[in-house]
Design a protein around this ligand. Sequence first.
Ligand SMILES: Nc1ncnc2c1ncn2[C@@H]1O[C@H](COP(=O)(O)OP(=O)(O)O)[C@@H](O)[C@H]1O
Ligand SMILES: [Mg+2]
Length: 285
Amino acid sequence: MARVALVVNRDATDLHNDGPPLLDAFERLGIDTDIVGWGSGPDWAGFDGVVIRNSWDYIFDRDAFLDWAGEVAAVTRLANSLEVLRWNTDKRYLRDLEASGVPIVPTVWIEPGDDLPGVVWDEFVVKPSVSAGARFSARYSRGAEISGHVRQINAGGAAAMVQPYVGSIEDVGERGTYVFGGRVSHAIAKAAVLSSVRAPMEDLSASSHQLVSGTTVEPRVSDFALQVVESAPPLLYCRVDTVMGDDGEPILMELEATEPFLFLEHATSAAADLFAASVRDWLAS
Ligand SMILES: Nc1ncnc2c1ncn2[C@@H]1O[C@H](COP(=O)(O)OP(=O)(O)O)[C@@H](O)[C@H]1O
Ligand SMILES: [Mg+2]
């Protein structure tokens, strides 16, 4: 029987709401699962595959996470791949996707040592290139003093990303479209979390109150999600987060290919089955 590790935060022991449906789906396929925190731990070579699930605490120590992933990849199969994890844990990957023709939220990148640019947007966002859960992200109005925020982001080596505040997020929201094994699975709608001007927070509290609901997969968003996946290195699973641009067409907010929470409670059991079947096929490939 195949044995798979499902990887969670260093100090975590469960998969939250994704747990019951996902574990059931693996069981239906006869795949044994262990839930394991990343970092030191079991003999990773003892697993046929190691699948990263809910490991958002890596943002506090990205280097340690990638070192650990490298050790795992040296002894067994890792998904997503080490190459994807190195690329996807820093939103600078958005520049590669943009260069491949994927429309992204317009972004001014401020690298460590760069001068502060003038900001042309009336309402805008400053956020770090290494983030989860809207950590250390904030919304500002034109003329606001952002240098302290930017330099704090840069101090950790990340780029500061300055973007126009995308107003459509207030009414149509953000969409998250899941692609497992190259096939669109299900979608969620996420309400705005930076809807008022507030100080940036180091923790992940902005997203802990985010409203998430299930939604239908719209064909143009689904097509867009597949375009993003085709422009990325090979992915076993991901969530493509989109917002609507001024012309009503989807644009990319982020490609979550490291630790996308699956929100399976908002999907049918077909979603968990597709995830598990994608893992089974990957193990056999
Ligand atoms: N340009 C933007 N316009 C409006 N809202 C934004 C913008 N950028 C980020 N946000 C809000 O902040 C949240 C977190 O930003 P995101 O880029 O997805 O980073 P992460 O989820 O990795 O922290 C988004 O889900 C969205 O609600
Ligand atoms: Mg996000």
